[in-house]
Write a protein that binds this ligand. Structure first.
Ligand code: PNS
Length: 160
């Protein structure tokens, strides 16, 4: 299970998911639906973008979930959550979640070291750079860069 907000997915996310797909027979990319936090993209848009980016990987399924991640893991028979670790700053929060998920349901978490090319990337940073007209083409797949540009044009830069 590769869970996340993916608002939007970065090249760092895609790299982790593709590497996970080399380790496991089947991978579920699970987009969190969080009604209390409106994103730039709807969950359906995030799923559609992820599917386009991952179309070449037949063992990856992209879907959404709400509620507890461990419940979603259980209902899908997933025993392992895979997360990317970008830097030490990720570790505290990720460790807390990994320990909680293990305590709640015995779900294990596997950490993959982020490719150093992407270690400074985050979806919020990408949105902030794009909002001010910065070039994010090295950091997000082309499909997502185009949707980001469309969305900023649709809403006007002040909307972000
Ligand atoms: O991309 P993100 O926002 O860092 O992903 C965080 C995510 C979705 C993995 C985490 O918030 C999550 O699992 N949320 C579902 C609710 C849940 O299970 N919370 C308890 C986590 S210990």
């Amino acid at each position: 299970m590769c869970p996340g907000s993916f608002d939007p997915a970065t090249k760092g996310h895609i790299d982790i998911v593709e590497r996970t797909a080399r380790l496991y027979d089947e991978v579920i990319v699970a987009v969190l639906v969080n009604p209390s936090k409106a994103g730039l993209f709807t969950p359906e848009e995030r799923i559609s973008m992820l599917r386009e980016c991952l179309v070449a990987c037949p063992n990856i399924r992209v879907t959404s979930f709400d509620g507890l991640l461990v419940d979603f893991c259980r209902s899908n028979g997933a025993e392992v959550v895979v997360k990317g670790l970008r830097a030490v700053s990720d570790f505290d929060y990720e460790l807390q979640m990994a320990q909680m998920n293990h305590g709640l349901a015995g779900v294990e978490t596997l950490f993959i070291a982020t490719n150093p090319l992407y270690s400074f990337l985050s979806s919020s940073l990408i949105k902030d750079v794009a909002k001010w007209g910065g070039d994010v083409s090295d950091h997000v797949p082309d499909i997502i860069g185009a949707k980001l540009a469309d969305r900023l044009d649709d809403r006007g830069r002040a909307m972000l």
